[in-house]
Design a protein around this ligand. Structure first.
Ligand SMILES: Cc1cc2nc3c(=O)[nH]c(=O)nc-3n(C[C@H](O)[C@H](O)[C@H](O)COP(=O)(O)OP(=O)(O)OC[C@H]3O[C@@H](n4cnc5c(N)ncnc54)[C@H](O)[C@@H]3O)c2cc1C
Length: 479
């Protein structure tokens, strides 16, 4: 008790407000009192305001993070907690609908075909527990995940049905096999092919997206990071001592940092062009949908997340049969479940090409799946939207410093982009913190280099296309 009082006094002395709260139950089965839920700015890490005279070019931060999505916020949280002075610049508002992190839920899953991704997800599980303890929030609802479908399905963006079994066994994660009739008895599915199989693994769960974003924002700010919306970074100029960033704050201004993290998602190429680089990005304009379900004790009930693996109808990629869904979760309106297709017919290379309106094809095939195979679910979605999924050529991530071709100081700028990264948010934030502070990470990220084949546009092609683009701008101006 005496120790607790001393701790409370020490925290108050450092400007941290203590607010007693109710116990919060966490994903690992433990609970704690949410006594630190109201961080005020910690004094030890005073970061000057971006307003007025503080905006001089000599202003120095340890780390400037470009992009205030979950990866940027998680990096800010980890860096600020480690005592770094941190600035996060976000071109839109925080928690915006313009990147990859709108909507309400994401899957945390350990069922991976690739060993190294299964290992990474296993490691991420521990980082989520740490984040839940530090924030006293439950960020993942561990509903489990049922993968089911055609055992002969070869592979897609989420691997296939049976290959994850070897990883579940290797990592000693529990799972249970189901026959098609058991899938239809335990879940509100009907008329599935009788040779379908299912694998249920409990160590998978629904990530509460809005809560994660707000929690990371609150913690980063609480540990002293400065988070500034509506500032677009235009250019980077790395050098041997750090990096200068030019930004649009209504006027062109410059800020300097020892290290810079680019976590710009689909918009990465805009900033990278200032150091002569372009990533080959496929940006999927993915559709998410919420369907109404029959209410009541004998109504429709999905006990866990689920994912169907099956080849596209007639081999046509636009008629994908990769569907997935979530159970009812308390932060989604009652009697609504999210069901969607794990595919997108609108694939773009730049967010400016975004259609915004959800693709009719993707809505139609999902509604058809629902009406043919789900019991107690309306055949038309209640509401829907679209969200940008950014893919590099091998469906993995880029997690690396700039390549040597970017010139002096390339080691001072780190890039994160690509892949299905929400489940890795606390882990990738920690890795980027290690990179920002020491230049290397304890986690093996050698598969995510920016220089691996197929990731960057060849500089000769880039030179040619920028010459053509310049020519177009010039001719537009002169006509
Ligand atoms: C429909 C859908 C379903 C998904 N499902 C899953 C899933 O189940 N599990 C999973 O693990 N992952 C999933 N993902 C992927 C996951 O959501 C993303 O990997 C993750 O949200 C990426 O976060 P981010 O911080 O990298 O990017 P973003 O959230 O896009 O953040 C980037 C931020 O950078 C800002 N920015 C860009 N350029 C600049 C600039 N020049 N200056 C300042 N700010 C800038 C943007 O405004 C944006 O806010 C899904 C994605 C989609 C679209």
């Amino acid at each position: 008790m005496a120790r607790r009082l001393c701790l409370a006094r020490a925290l108050l002395f450092n400007g941290i407000r203590i607010r007693p709260s109710l116990p919060v139950y966490l994903a690992d089965g433990t609970f704690r009192l949410a006594i630190f839920s109201g961080f005020a700015h910690a004094r030890r890490n005073h970061v000057p305001s971006l307003a007025g005279s503080d905006m001089s070019p000599s202003l120095d931060y340890d780390v400037v993070i470009v992009g205030g999505g979950p990866i940027g916020l998680s990096t800010a949280y980890h860096c600020a907690k480690a005592g770094q002075s941190v600035l996060v610049l976000e071109r839109f508002c925080f928690f915006n609908q313009s990147g990859s992190s709108n909507d309400l839920v994401r899957m945390f899953r350990t069922m991976y075909t690739e060993d190294f991704l299964a290992d990474l997800a296993y490691e991420a599980r521990n980082r989520w527990h740490e984040l839940e303890r530090d924030s006293a929030e439950q960020l993942i609802l561990m509903s489990g995940l049922l993968n089911f479908g055609d055992v002969k399905y070869r592979s897609g963006p989420e691997g296939n049905l049976t290959d994850p079994i070897k990883n579940l066994e290797r990592l000693k994660l529990p799972y249970r096999m189901l026959r098609a009739e058991e899938v239809m008895r335990e879940y509100p599915f009907r008329d599935l092919p009788s040779d379908y199989a299912g694998i249920f693994a409990p160590d998978n769960g629904c990530i509460n997206v809005p809560l994660v974003l707000r929690t990371l924002f609150r913690l980063a700010q609480g540990y002293g990071a400065k988070l500034v919306p509506h500032v677009r970074v235009l250019e980077l100029r790395p050098d041997n001592d750090g990096v200068s960033l030019t930004m649009d704050t209504g006027e062109r201004q410059t800020v300097r940092a020892r290290r810079c993290i680019l976590a710009c998602g689909a918009y990465s190429n805009e900033v990278l062009s200032s150091v002569g680089l372009r990533l080959k990005l496929d940006i999927w304009e993915m559709v998410y949908e919420y369907y109404a379900t029959d209410p009541g004790p004998s109504g429709c009930y999905f006990p866990s997340m689920w994912f169907q693996f099956a080849e596209p109808t007639g081999g046509d990629p636009a008629k994908s049969n990769l569907f997935y869904g979530f159970p009812h979760v308390p932060w989604v309106p009652p009697n609504l479940v999210r069901i969607a297709v794990d595919n997108a017919v609108n694939v773009i290379s730049d967010p400016t090409e975004r259609k915004i309106v959800p693709a009719e094809n993707d809505l139609a095939i999902t509604a058809q799946f629902v009406s043919e195979h789900c019991r107690g679910v309306d055949a038309r979605p209640n509401y829907c939207g679209s969200c940008l999924q950014t893919e590099v050529q091998d469906n993995l991530f880029v997690l690396d410093h700039l390549p040597p071709s970017a010139g002096d100081g390339c080691q001072n700028v780190f890039v994160f982009v690509g892949g299905w990264a929400f489940k890795f948010v606390p882990l990738f934030g920690q890795i980027l913190k290690e990179l920002a502070i020491t230049g290397s990470s304890h986690t093996d990220i050698s598969r995510f280099t920016i220089t691996r084949p197929g990731i960057l546009v060849d500089p000769r092609v880039l030179a040619k296309t920028s010459a053509v683009a310049q020519e177009k701008v010039f001719s537009r101006r002169t006509h």
